[in-house]
Write a protein that binds this ligand. Sequence first.
Ligand code: FMN
Length: 445
Amino acid sequence: VCTSLRDWLAFLEQETYLKTVTKKVNLQHELAALGKKADGKYALKFTNTGRDMPVVTGFAGNRALMAKAMGVEVEKAAEHFSWAQTNPLDCTLVGKDKAPVKECITFDVDLAKLPIPVHHEKDSGAYITAALLIAKDPETGARNVAIHRLQVTGPNRLGVLILPRHLAHFYQKAEAQGKPLEIALAIGVDPILLLASQALAPLGFDEFTIASRLYGKPLELVQCETVDLEVPAQAEIVLEGRLLPGVREMEGPFGEYPKYYGPASLKPVIELTAMTTRQAPIFHTIVPATMEHCLLGAIPREGGMLQLIRNTVPTTLGVHLTPGGTCRYHAVIKIDKKQEGEAKNAMFAAFSSSHEIKHAVVVDKDVDIFDMEDVEWAIATRSQAGRDVMIVAQAAGNILDPSTDEGIGDKMGIDATVPLAAPQDRFERIRIPGEEVLKLEDYIK
Ligand code: FMN
């Protein structure tokens, strides 16, 4: 298991998954366009963007590789993440001399020196998209880690989108006291840390402890210079700063994961106070709506959903948040049905796992939930709309889904499982003896 971005990139290079682009590439659109083209196929490292720092993208954009990052088979990725979340392991604090991210320190932050791209056509400007935002509850001191999009608005100023979750809660508390909320941004971290940041966890749960468990050893943290926070010692870049109380500035529009723009509005503002980096640091950007963006959210959500569904349907074998469903809205659930009605209960559990789940399809154990053709075949041949479709109107949905009414939307479940009472031969999948083992390459020149 790799515990730094550098180790992970070295591994990807060995696997010939990481390709280096030495040609001059414009940070405005060109870099994002290339990242999108390589999506799911390669990770890219750009060495010539006109800034004195390489940019990587797409290194977490492939499910098989993300499973490898956790050291498990691809079908077990979500389950393994969920296991780590239920068995968190404490982090450890190391001295600054043991923390590569302290190799260079400056208190005069100038974001113009970083290779921060402009991604989509109508984006309001350059955005940092792959920073872990670390903050503590001003009352309890409990840590939170999440990714938030950050719009560059000045040499040491950022606009930030904070949806109503944990960071919003901390910020409200600080603001009520008229105080800033200290934050740190870690850029250039390994895939496990990125995944851990996306856990659906209760308030007060430290996502870093999931990373420790996935590493199999405590994550090394180091104290910040200007704020009372600890950050991953192996990060490439750390920006320190404060969310200002009572300040709002325009942020957006920004091309988001559902492949639409999130609108411009007044948002909170961060003022940066320090930057610490490794020597020759590497910058990471996530091109929004690519598989990298999609999977980072999907795997942790699948883990949480799997646990919840198993509480009601113990024979649930797997779940998949599909890329076509933006890795957030469409869930495919595989059960080994033992009792009629279980498919519906699985749907209810799926909807309760996250407000983002909009359509849930339940299939039998012979269906490959990662193969959408197979899933569609199950819907086509095993479900009848009048009998097997359940619709719940007007529930909480995702505000970024433009078809909702300000985030209020409908849920639909499709039971594509075979009725237990059906005669066996009626739903027997055709098969040619030998097809699983024969290799076409052995027969053709
Ligand atoms: N959540 C936000 O509130 N604002 C964002 O701008 C934002 N951008 C994200 C960008 C990427 C690439 C990813 C993978 C996720 C993003 N998220 C964003 C989602 C949160 O990071 C995620 O839901 C996290 O688990 C929230 O943590 P919390 O519940 O501890 O606050």
